[in-house]
Ligand binder design. Structure first.
Ligand SMILES: O=C(O)C(=O)C[C@@H](O)[C@H](O)[C@H](O)COP(=O)(O)O
Length: 360
């Protein structure tokens, strides 16, 4: 049984299907596939587990595949180009559909390839990690990394559908599950205090992959994300709230070398740092910050930045953030738990103090 949510974007609206057993079911693909040719883009970890099921579900189409290496360190221009090599080698025309089968890296790279191939072809997201199911597969942000900054080259390109099979989470490494929980927690921190409280009391079930707890977490996360994206598709306002923890987090990922930290782990630390800065601005109290850190830690996630990332290097890496406008950094901070804002009014000494802060 699938639950269906909708991302309301006028002509670019699309469904998010969430449930068990969807990945091998042709019914979820058929209404959305365009043309007769399908290119499945996946990675070396996911292919041996799920590629055959997806191919069987798409047996009515002419299928090709490209299998990329797995990891954030491969979200590069060179690896991305392999998708075009495959499409061109096999003479794909515009009447085709790309399928992104995998986690956030595969989804972002496939979506960006779909945005660019012959100036734009359709694609479907089939996310197989928790992080991709609750966040990156929804909303149309696609792209690749540059050594100077995360997701620096990309496009907004909405998928035709998101098919989130919750069974795929059974094969996910525990570290990857925790990384996905960082983004689930984010929705509570920015917009939904009751959801945060629900996570507090259901963390053990979430970590034990209880299907009902995970199903609720995925649905609520996608509801919040779909509503924000529908309000502000191209991030001219409210959508930036979804970037809580990301300015600090992206700096950690780039500073340590892509692939050293999982994206969700870096976002978890970034969220604790955003809470720290929010306290310095007088918005959160000590108890709130402690609650943020406790929740993050209870999800099996780190709370502190790497000791070798100096405040100066942090600042340098953060200065290429996509939220920088007219040379001014903007931050997603917490006015209260469940109430995030975007602000550029942060005194440099308070920011520096947060960047220098390390738990004893
Ligand atoms: O969808 C959004 O908007 C987000 O910001 C979601 C983030 O969790 C996600 O990691 C996104 O890819 C980051 O986008 P970026 O614009 O900061 O690169």
């Amino acid at each position: 049984m699938a639950q269906t949510l909708n991302v309301d974007l006028g002509l670019r609206s699309y469904p998010i299907y969430i449930g068990s057993g969807l990945i091998a079911d042709p019914e979820f693909y058929r209404p959305h596939v365009r043309g007769e040719r399908v290119m499945i883009v996946t990675n070396e970890t996911v292919a041996p587990i799920y590629l055959d099921s997806v191919k069987a579900a798409l047996a009515d189409y002419h299928i090709s595949e490209v299998v990329l290496p797995d990891g954030e360190q491969y979200k590069t221009l060179e690896v991305w180009n392999r998708i075009f090599d495959a499409l061109l080698h096999e003479r794909f025309a515009r009447d085709c559909t790309l399928i992104a089968l995998g986690g956030g890296v595969v989804g972002d790279m496939t979506g960006f390839a779909a945005a660019c191939y012959q100036r734009g072809v359709p694609f479907i997201q089939v996310p197989t990690t928790l992080l991709a199911q609750v966040d990156s597969s929804v909303g149309g942000k696609t792209g690749i990394n540059h050594p100077a900054g995360k997701n620096m080259i990309g496009a907004f390109h909405q998928p035709l559908a998101v098919i989130a099979d919750t069974d795929t989470l059974e094969t996910l490494a525990q570290k990857e599950l925790s990384a996905g929980l960082a983004e689930v927690l984010k929705y509570g921190f920015i917009r939904d205090l009751p959801f945060l409280a629900w996570m507090e009391s259901h963390m053990a079930e979430l970590l034990a992959r209880d299907p009902s707890a995970l199903g609720h977490a995925i649905k609520r996360s996608c509801e919040i994300k779909a509503a924000i994206v529908a309000e502000d598709e191209l991030e001219s306002g409210q959508r930036a709230l979804l970037n809580l923890g990301h300015t600090f987090g992206h700096a950690i990922e780039a500073g340590a070398g892509y692939g050293t930290w999982l994206h969700g782990e870096a976002v978890a630390v970034g969220t604790c740092m955003a809470a720290n800065l929010s306290q310095r601005l007088g918005w959160l109290d000590e108890g709130d910050v402690e609650r943020v850190r406790r929740l993050v830690s209870s999800a099996g996630l780190p709370t502190d930045p790497p000791a070798d990332l100096s405040p100066e290097r942090f600042l340098d890496l953060m200065s290429v953030d996509k939220k920088v406008l007219s040379g001014k950094m903007r931050f997603v901070l917490l006015k209260a738990l469940g109430d995030a804002i975007v602000t550029s009014y942060v005194e440099p000494d308070l920011l520096y103090a947060t960047l220098a802060d390390r738990c004893p």
